[in-house]
Design a protein around this ligand. Structure first.
Ligand SMILES: Cc1cc2nc3c(=O)[nH]c(=O)nc-3n(C[C@H](O)[C@H](O)[C@H](O)COP(=O)(O)O)c2cc1C
Length: 382
């Protein structure tokens, strides 16, 4: 079957083939890549391995999973950043990467707690370059963890949601507005952060306009787009071979790749038919947003970024338990020069009194999202 350029529409969230006689089966879904989501196997005796097999399910920017774990003695571990798994163009100060580590730590903490073990976490035990435009992460540890059995750790009701948590990148149902009271259950204040949310149409519209402009800016900025394209895994075979990055799956992706239409090179070129079709579909999906949530910290130091990640992970799990889909949309929060104006506009809108927006996410009701690829824990142990 000939595949015309017009028939293939793609996005970072998936591919759909329309026209050209409809769908056909030329693909399978990745199996090895999603195996880590199956937690039904035997529970590792070592609580650290149990904690980390949950932690590797954490969300991370472009799903790069930058964790490197060293087990120390029999009750401790040190967490490092794999410095090659960062996004120097989109995330020049490693702010988002650090947030991903916060998500990882919170999952580890919850999983250990479920076994009556507390983790004492020492963030950046050897110090860290700070995130305020004067440094990137380096080879020093992100955190040191000590595992100690402790009686009376209360069960965490969110722990049950770990395997069901997703970043749901689909279009949300605009005919089904998010219940204001439900959404408010996601808002909270912590020592380092506060979470806010809105369903107010005028406010949603203002945020949405900035989000879409930021998406356009990102897609048009060649070096950032090229970085994203490098993180793409096209088809199930690639996803199984490199279970990280953004997987483009399904029959249309497989078919377009087989006939040479879909490639990382095509996606890296903002002017290509593929990249333009993808951009159009991404835009449509992003536009279908009835609500937003965002997470703010007063400071933008590394510890605040880690705490923001822990709070975001809990927000993601809480939304899962309420049946509310969330999807981080980070473009307008990114600190590269082409984004500076939109970054300032978003901050003026969301935090007029000051503060750093660490996460902005779409919220709504959407179709079920599949699990994304993960490296197995063994691949992350130093
Ligand atoms: C700090 C951070 C920023 C993110 N920003 C975006 C984003 O701008 N756009 C997006 O589609 N996903 C974003 N994500 C979601 C990741 O792509 C997602 O976590 C990853 O693909 C794994 O999928 P999962 O969360 O469903 O397990 C972000 C995640 C984190 C932790």
């Amino acid at each position: 079957m000939a595949v015309s350029r017009r028939t293939v529409i793609l996005s970072a969230g998936g591919l759909a083939l329309v026209g050209a006689g409809g769908w056909w089966r030329v693909s399978r879904m990745p199996e090895r890549a999603t195996a880590p989501w199956d937690l039904s196997g035997p529970t590792p005796e070592d609580v650290r391995l149990d904690a980390f097999r949950h932690a590797v399910l954490a969300p991370s920017p472009h799903n790069l999973q930058p964790w490197r774990i060293r087990l120390d003695g029999d009750d401790a571990a040190t967490l490092f950043c794999d410095l090659d798994r960062r996004l120097p163009e989109a995330d020049p100060f490693d702010r988002q990467t650090t947030i991903g580590f916060g998500c990882f730590l919170e999952l580890a903490r919850m999983a250990a707690a479920a076994r009556g073990v507390a983790i004492e976490i020492t963030p950046f035990p050897e110090g860290a370059p700070q995130g305020n435009r004067d440094g990137r992460l380096d080879s020093r540890p992100i955190a040191r963890l000590r595992f100690t059995p402790r009686e009376g750790i209360p069960p965490d009701p969110l722990f049950a949601q770990v395997a069901a948590r997703r970043s749901n990148k689909a279009a949300y149902d605009l005919a089904r507005p998010v219940d204001r009271r439900e959404l408010r259950r996601l808002t909270a204040n912590g020592e380092f952060w506060r979470i806010r949310a809105t369903t107010t149409p005028r406010y949603v519209e203002q945020i949405r306009a900035i989000m879409l402009d930021a998406l356009d800016t990102e897609l048009a900025t060649q070096r950032v787009q090229a970085e994203t394209a490098r993180a793409m895994r096209i088809g199930a075979r690639e996803a199984d071979a490199s279970p990280d990055g953004i997987a483009l799956l399904g029959p249309a992706a497989e078919a377009a790749s087989a006939v040479g239409l879909l490639s990382r090179a095509a996606l890296a070129d903002p002017g290509s038919t593929m990249a333009r079709a993808g951009a159009r579909q991404l835009r449509e999906r992003h536009a279908a947003t009835p609500a937003f949530v965002w997470l703010v910290t007063d400071r933008n130091d590394r510890e605040s970024q880690l705490q923001a990640g822990r709070a975001y992970l809990r927000l993601n799990l809480a939304a899962t338990s309420l049946g509310i889909a969330v999807h981080p949309v980070s473009q307008a929060l990114e600190e590269y020069s082409e984004m500076a104006d939109l970054h300032a506009r978003l901050h003026a809108l969301l935090v007029p009194g000051g503060g750093h927006v660490q996460m902005l996410a779409r919220a709504g009701y959407g179709p079920e999202a599949p699990p994304t690829p993960r490296h197995p824990l063994e691949a992350k142990l130093a």
